[in-house]
Write a protein that binds this ligand. Sequence first.
Ligand code: NAG
Ligand code: NAG
Ligand code: NAG
Ligand code: NAG
Ligand code: NAG
Length: 950
Amino acid sequence: MIRILFLVAVLSIGVLYKAGVDIVDSLSPQGCRMSWMSPSYILQSSFDSKWTKLANRYSLYLYREVGWETRELHGSPVLFIPGNAGSSQQVRSIASSAARQYFPQPYQTASQFTSTGHKPLDFFAVEFNEDLSAFHGTTLYTEKEYTSKAVDYILSLYPANTSIIIMGHSMGGVVATSLLPHEHIAAIVSMSTPYIFPPARFDRRIEAIFDSNKHSLTVDQTPILSLCGGATDLMVPSESCYIPNSDVDTQDVTAPYRRTIFTSALEGCWTGVGHREMVWCHQVRWRIARAAIELTRATTSAARGSILDSWLRDGHLLPPGLPTEQHTSVGEDGSVFHHPPGQNLLLRNPHGSGRYQLSVPRQLSTFVLYLSQGSISPTAPHNPLPLHVTVEQCNASQECKYLPPTTLKLLPHPIPGKIFPVPHEGSDESEGIVAYTKEFTGDEGTVSVNVEGADGRGWVVAGFMPMNGVVNSAGALAPFWSTISVKLSPRVLREDIRLPHLVLNALLVYRVTPHVNPECRDTDPLLLPLLQHTSHSSETHYFPLTSSVLIHTHASAPYVSQTNTRGLNFTIHSSGECYIDSLDISIDWWGTIGRWGVRYWSAAGSWAVGVVSLMVWLNWSSHEAGWVPPVRHSLIHFVRRLRDLIPRSLLLSLLPLPHGFWLGNAGQPIFAILAPLLLVVVTALVSLSWCILDGLLWLLGLFVKLTRLRRAGASPGTHNTNNALVSLAMVLITILIVVPWQVAFLGCWIFQLFSCAAGRAFSSSLISDTDNRTYPLTPTTPELLRQNGADDDSGLQSLNDAQEAVSHAESITVHSRWIDESHRNADEHLLLLMTWLLPLAAPVLAVWVRTLMTAGYTTPFDGDHNVLYVAPFLVLVEFGAVRCGFMISRSGSGSDSNLSTRSPHVFVVLAGVAVTVGPRYTYIIFECASVVLGVVLLVNFRRYLRCATR
Ligand SMILES: *[C@@H]1O[C@H](CO)[C@@H](O)[C@H](O)[C@H]1NC(C)=O
Ligand SMILES: *[C@@H]1O[C@H](CO)[C@@H](O)[C@H](O)[C@H]1NC(C)=O
Ligand SMILES: *[C@@H]1O[C@H](CO)[C@@H](O)[C@H](O)[C@H]1NC(C)=O
Ligand SMILES: *[C@@H]1O[C@H](CO)[C@@H](O)[C@H](O)[C@H]1NC(C)=O
Ligand SMILES: CC(=O)N[C@H]1CO[C@H](CO)[C@@H](O)[C@@H]1O
């Protein structure tokens, strides 16, 4: 049984890991150009302890592009805040781009900035010595305090009323947002920053920072833009990168400027970007740098919002700066071509200028125009061709006026025959198709497409499409067991496809396989079919439809409040020459599984604590005799109980619990299956962990035996209670003053490990592990006595004989050995529980060690000295364990005594908390475990005291 579990555990870890890693290349591949620079970092030594007492722990640098700009301050300040384990030097890519855009030649301002009021940028960066801020609230607070002082210092170097732009990467964005409200912060641009929930939830204080940030996000007027890398980012799941309450979604003009931009939709970028790559990906960094330069000219929040909207666009809003109404009359310039109705206008390599008139059809329709590499004001690729198009509406008397678009944005133009985006390269700045659409409700004259400045490069395609696309009513479960086939119309420029019942969630990946029309092979189409998947106003992905593609989303996900959970909306763009006959849609299982690991690793950890506690509870509660079986048997017993637990977990998954509970799916039936799966995997993981611990205990036992290093606890008699009390008090005082309690917990765990190993080493096992007939045991169990007799080689055969023959004295020996055995088993259960609690304390331990190494002994650990967290463990491992029996008490004496486990029911509370609240609010588990063990301690306190003083 254990062996099967072992296999299940290893297999599921392997599969989840491999599938999770494969996601990076399959879902939203990355195509980013490297960036190059000549960096120098100038330490700001005048920002010293006069400003902040943290000056000797952290530092502040000014970035300068060597040979490109002077060292003196000469512009407008920007502050970069690195994230978890990040470095101030990560500022270099963006800062270098800003310098080289402002000074295209060394020390020479670019012509477009000379007379416009733009200023160059002075990039500052805080250096946190690669502190692990994601795991530790206090560290995050310290960073915030230092950054806040750094902002004051930087502003003091500039004229009054200068404002500063803040950029934050990952947790740096959290620090940036926590600086609000601040009247001199012009705007915040965050990259791959989690906003909705912390990526690691081991610390209650991190949650507090996130809560106060959420408040700032809704009320503060400072513009905030959040850039998200999408599925490529495995560290911060992109569903937590959304900024809630966008002013666009709520249509509230007084709401502050908030944007969430996915790099997969970012115009000119169109690629997934990994977590660390976000700061250097060329396509992203030059836009951020440019937006920052433009921001130096703005003075109001509205103007800043509009600048951010024009440089960091995902196309779901109309661009700022659309032309106002203009009237022209036909015939002023160029020639007029009347295009036959019902056909698409297609201009391949146009020359000169011309007006192309298309009459608006009678039914509801959408006018669609694609323009490659040219411009339709104000939208164009960054380096457009001279080709320029305006769209006008003309009435019967040939009076024309500007036709404002319904949507106007840039689409990517994948290169035929190449992967999109091209790995290590991505999109070029001159690439892109301007897509213009306008919806018509009926016969409204003609639309005139005016082409100017054509020099033979680029192309234009335009036409009218019926407004209602294809709607497929396939049910939510259909893609799980079959393939949905959607038929498409031929030769359309744009087709909208909706599958309103399909479930939309970060946990699911759909595979869309196109059946390309065979005619396609003979044509050289201008635009191969391009699939656009929009799952949220801020999240759009593009895929060239030459082979099957994987569709995913972050619009709804576990532990996120879900508004939009249904409906797959696709749009297919093409030039109409080559088209798709039909699309097949089904679930992609490998991709789907790949999405689970990242989202449920912390749930698996908390459920493991739940499983161990449940194991303790199930097995200890009804044994009046107080016999605690070995962990191995408890495990096997638990696995047998899975038969009842699995249906119950399934039922719980169907309850519409709030999204912060259980597995975070708010009772969506389609995800109910995840709970039993997780339960089985976690049980397997617990068994795996026990196998490892078992091996470790055996090795340590061997070591202890060899070195004859007897632990006092393992051999009563030699133990000095006063010494123990004194050492306990010392430890508690040390925690109060210097070390964080997590260190003490690690100490407890090691102590417990050694006690268990010593316990095993110095007691010959009474009961063989493989023999399960002997349970439950009582002191007078004949088998036990027989076995004992057999060990003594007394040659007794029949049970009755044995019972009679074994003397009273022997019975007492057996009895006390039996109690020892039970105590040892209880101890090993406690060790297993503590092992699974260890990951909850370990991150802070890592932070502590790291801080010690970088900052020296400055005890930045305010708040981690609460001895109550660890006191129950300390007392239990010192007294409760081994010598006194963790939870087993004895009434009576000698061979007539009865054992009973006390208060095992508290463990069901721990199990309940760990499985329901634990996955989302992980820090609660440790607190709950401390309380539960505290109760055990109190219930058994008098007994421990008696035992300790005996
Ligand atoms: C700074 O701004 C405040 C209010 O916006 C104004 O009262 C003050 O005069 C300004 N100071 C300078 C030096 O421009
Ligand atoms: C055409 O539009 C112009 C300007 O909008 C208007 O003056 C004129 O009367 C219109 N003609 C017809 C036939 O509708
Ligand atoms: C899909 O489109 C329909 C109709 O436009 C819209 O109501 C729905 O919200 C869209 N679904 C998503 C997930 O965007
Ligand atoms: C505890 O586990 C043993 C097997 O080791 C099993 O026989 C016994 O029934 C379990 N106790 C309870 C209360 O379920
Ligand atoms: C060694 C031994 O007795 N094993 C038994 C353990 O329990 C199972 C089922 O209860 C029996 O099938 C084994 O024979």
